[in-house]
Design a protein around this ligand. Structure first.
Ligand code: F6P
Length: 539
């Protein structure tokens, strides 16, 4: 990373473009260009990416693409696809694309496709047997309930996909997720579970994660209590890990452990055996389609020119909003209740990947990096936080995720709401409109004058809309892989290693220092005071 990002000519051109565009209103940009939608939207298969409501013009987009070239994005993509050791701080490649491959893929010179296909075969076997009622527990009962115990990347992706794609009707089988070390989550799941019929997938790349091991131990204790201490519990566990030795030490026999390759990062791992719970929830064909959707995004990333490359454009628009319009947060609003968990997954993906402050050479970065990602499901958010988007003081770029679905009345209303929100947040309400609205409701002039300021809404909130026909496994795989690639491209442009997460270790070390009967002094006065208060409250 010889050159600091802010030193390149494209960056300076973008600063000038930012100054020019910051005072402009999106409605004026639309008024000035009748072809704006056509110019600022792209297609990938049946997915439409409309970014015409972003606060850019052709010159700004051109400068963003120049930035991508100046930062050698094409080279970065080639390195990612080529299995280069991009996670160089941890000495690993970042080859999540290999997990959805159907042709040879090389990592450090070795073809990993046979390993990937071998894992898929094992997943298929387990998921199919589960769904057919052919898996049996220790006492011969059919396993009908899979509980995935994992956290972070070993939980969030599978949780989103299973929730998004599972059948609505209660079926013969059920898949649950437990992540939090707070026993409440496991207790809720176990309250309606039958030990004879339950299989726990312990999903942990490292098999050292405190939350996961604690929950796995609690699950084992529950099984023992229900089935008898002498019962061989092996039929009730599968481990997915890169640390098979630790899984075996926990008591899961080797033949019930599925290896997770070293070269896949936790938050990029839902396509690996970490996705076993998804395959159990939606069936093997569905899981293959999920992989196929991701593969469509992979092929697009590696072949589409930068100006038509969706993840590249998504990354550049994020950089524009963060670095040149000064936006510190980014909302993802899914107009699908099935995607309500998507922001949680994207939070880890983007914030754990790009929440960094030094470049790949270890030099302090001279620009802001990952914004705070948040969001939820529309229309629910409209009755909660959208007020801030309309009348608060922050500019918040939004991604509207909109599966069109069928023409049933409620679905039609959902889609109308999605479009209404993006249009209204762009247009806002000016004084004349506020006055007209108050007059139409019969208010006298004195009331109109008093209330008008309270009705004003500046609009100009930038947004993109990702519109696709249906929330199928293919569509979800493509969507998630697009965000994966966006995250990589954004990190690459900022000059970040998007694949390590040393920051989170600090909290883990502190928790270890505070816990386990450690006699070391509390780290600060506040913590000492809180510990004393906790002791009093417990007493
Ligand atoms: O603490 C962060 C983290 O390491 C994430 O990166 C990871 O996805 C999560 O914990 C869970 O890790 P593991 O799969 O090793 O249990």
């Amino acid at each position: 990373m010889n050159q600091s990002i802010s030193d390149c000519a494209a960056w300076r051109a973008l600063e000038a473009a930012g100054q020019r565009l910051r005072p402009q209103h999106l409605t004026d940009l639309f008024a000035a260009d009748a072809t704006r939608f056509q110019r600022f939207s792209r297609q990938l298969g049946d997915l439409l990416f409309d970014f015409s409501k972003q606060r850019i013009d052709a010159a700004a987009l051109g400068a963003l693409l120049e930035l991508a070239k100046a930062r050698n994005v094409s080279d970065g993509i080639a390195q990612l696809a080529g299995g280069e050791m991009l996670n160089f701080t941890e000495g690993r490649a970042a080859q999540h694309m290999a997990l959805r491959a159907t042709t040879p893929v090389f990592v450090a010179g070795a073809d990993v496709l046979p390993e990937v296909l071998g894992t898929r075969a094992r997943m298929r076997e387990i998921a199919t047997a589960f769904r057919k009622g052919e898996l049996r527990g220790a006492r011969g009962k059919v396993i009908r309930h899979v509980v995935n115990i994992g956290i972070g990347g070993s939980d969030l992706g599978p949780r989103v996909a299973a929730r998004a794609l599972s059948a609505v009707e209660p079926g013969a089988t059920r898949v649950s997720f437990v992540a939090n070390i707070d026993p409440f989550e496991l207790d809720v799941v176990l309250a309606t579970a039958s030990a004879d019929e339950t299989l726990f997938i312990v999903a942990s790349k490292t098999f050292t994660t405190q939350e996961t091991l604690t929950n796995a131990q609690a699950a084992r204790a529950w099984l023992q209590a229900q089935l008898g201490a002498a019962t061989d519990l092996a039929p009730h566990f599968v481990a997915v890990s890169n640390n098979i030795e630790a899984a075996r030490a926990f008591g899961i026999p080797a033949e019930r452990c599925i290896a997770l390759p070293e070269w896949v990062g936790g938050r990029y791992s839902m396509w690996s055996a970490i996705g076993l719970s998804v395959a159990c929830a939606i069936g093997w064909d569905g899981f293959e389609q999920l992989l196929g959707g991701a593969r469509e995004a992979d092929n697009h990333l590696t072949s589409a020119p930068l100006e038509n490359n969706l993840p590249v454009l998504m990354a550049l628009l994020g950089i524009w909003n963060t670095n040149f319009l000064g936006c510190g947060s980014h909302a993802v609003l899914s107009y699908s209740q099935r995607l309500a968990d998507l922001p949680s997954y994207l939070q880890q993906l983007e914030m754990e990947s790009n929440g960094k402050r030094v470049d790949r050479d270890g030099n302090p970065l001279t620009c802001a990096t990952s914004p705070i990602l948040w969001g939820g499901a529309g229309t629910v958010g409209q009755h909660a936080y959208h007020q801030l988007l309309y009348q608060g003081t922050l500019t918040v770029p939004i991604d509207f995720i909109v599966p069109v679905g069928d023409d049933a009345p409620a679905q039609r209303m959902l889609i109308e709401n999605a479009l209404a929100q993006s249009a209204a947040l762009m247009q806002g309400r000016n004084e004349a409109q506020a006055r007209a609205q108050l007059a139409a409701s019969g208010k006298p002039e004195s009331e109109i004058a008093r209330l008008t300021p309270h009705l004003l809404s500046p609009g100009n909130q930038p947004s993109s809309t990702l519109l696709f026909p249906r929330l199928t496994p293919h569509a979800l795989g493509r969507l998630i892989a697009l965000y994966e690639h966006k995250t990589f491209v954004q990190g690459w442009i900022w000059g970040i290693n998007s694949f390590d997460q040393y920051g989170v270790e600090l909290g883990k070390l502190m928790a270890r220092a505070l816990g386990g009967g450690s006699d070391s002094a509390p780290p600060d006065g506040s913590t000492a005071g809180l510990l004393a208060a906790i002791r009093t409250m417990r007493d």
